[in-house]
Design a binder for this molecule. Structure first.
Ligand code: SAM
Ligand code: SF4
Length: 325
């Protein structure tokens, strides 16, 4: 369906939990994390119910995220059921990779189309410092289990003075592997404000990569479900390098997504609280037709653009782990 600005909304990111087995400095506080009570988290049946309504409204791609989505029980059953919904063309996962080795085979068997693995460093000490957990070995094992037929993207958030020395090594993963390594600008949300961490502009990374790997040739993307990343390929690479620069270049004009939080709030823009309490309606026993109308109305009123650099009082107070990235 189209929103009030004529944007085709066809992609939903669904967070299935707010729990996480890492504590990345830019995403989650080390302690004092207030967990949502289990009863307040959507059941998998409820998630499926909302996804079915989404699909009728024109959503074609679903990404499961968290917190850490692999902590949610029966995730592969959900993947299989989402794949069976008519209209859903792609079901993908964003994960920190810690549990990937355990679950990759069943997720692939359930029909998962792709995995985005968040990996900010290939150095185990930097990993332990940044995520506050010594689990780098598990992530590496997870990465190695990934099926060659699956679409694999590595997501890295470059941080000044933390992992800037890792950028070339991470990019080089795409040299001989058919994967996409993407650099994402740090967004000023929740912990990212308070941590004192500073992101690195995409343009700076771009020129650093060109100096080492030669010209980054733009890759033309034909798939409208692709999202906001811009992709490039150095001459001798089989994989690609992507950039998501939400701050330098706002891509709100072509935004095609909505988000469903683990507690069932339909969030129509990353930076605002705008949206709809879907869980409240579901649990009040609202009928499908009314629910669909209300969701459709909320999507229609999706805000025009994010406002990260604007007045604090307009910002959503949710942390990234509560939204799912
Ligand atoms: N736990 C999973 C993971 O890390 O992939 C899924 C949830 S996590 C919130 C999703 C993505 O959001 C990760 O790639 C993470 O790096 C990214 N992220 C978290 N906080 C961010 C921030 N302030 N700016 C940019 N990306 C952020
Ligand atoms: Fe957990 Fe992902 Fe947030 Fe890191 S980025 S703390 S892995 S939810």
């Amino acid at each position: 369906m189209k929103d009030q600005f004529g944007r085709e909304i066809e992609y939903a990111r669904i967070s299935v939990t707010d729990r996480c087995n890492l504590r990345c400095r830019y995403c989650m506080p080390e302690c004092g994390v207030k967990k949502i009570p289990h009863a307040e988290i959507l059941t998998l049946e409820e998630v499926l119910h909302v996804a079915e309504i989404f699909s009728r409204l024109g959503i074609r791609k679903i990404r499961l995220t968290g917190g850490e989505p692999l902590l949610r029980k029966n995730l592969s059953t959900l993947v299989r059921e989402l794949k069976n919904l008519s209209g859903i063309e792609q079901v993908t996962l964003t994960t920190n990779g810690v549990l990937l080795k355990n679950f990759a085979p069943e997720l692939i068997a359930a029909g998962l189309d792709g995995v985005n693995l968040s990996l900010d460093t290939l150095d185990e000490n930097i990993f332990a410092d940044l995520t506050r957990r010594k689990l780098f070995g598990k992530v590496l094992e997870g990465l190695q289990t990934l099926d060659k037929n699956l679409s694999v993207k590595i997501n890295c958030v470059p941080l000044r003075g933390v992992n800037d020395g890792e950028i070339l090594r991470l990019a080089a993963l795409a040299e001989k592997n058919f994967i996409k390594v993407r650099f994402i600008e740090l967004m000023p949300i929740g912990c990212a404000w308070e941590s004192g961490l500073r992101g690195i502009p995409a343009a700076e990374i771009f020129s650093k990569l060109e100096k080492t790997f030669g010209r980054l040739v733009p890759v033309r993307e034909k798939n409208s479900l692709q999202g906001p990343a811009k992709y490039f390929q150095p001459k001798n690479f089989v994989g690609q390098i992507g950039f998501i620069d939400a701050l330098e270049h706002k891509f709100c004009g072509s935004c095609n997504r909505v988000r469903l939080t683990a507690e069932g709030f339909l969030k129509t823009c990353l930076s605002f609280d705008a949206g709809l309490d879907v869980k409240k309606l579901l649990r009040a026993g609202v009928g499908d037709e009314e629910l669909s109308e209300k969701i459709s109305d909320a999507i229609y009123h999706k805000p025009r653009e994010h406002f990260f650099d604007g007045d604090k009082k307009f910002r959503d107070k949710r942390q990234m782990y509560q939204v799912g990235g």
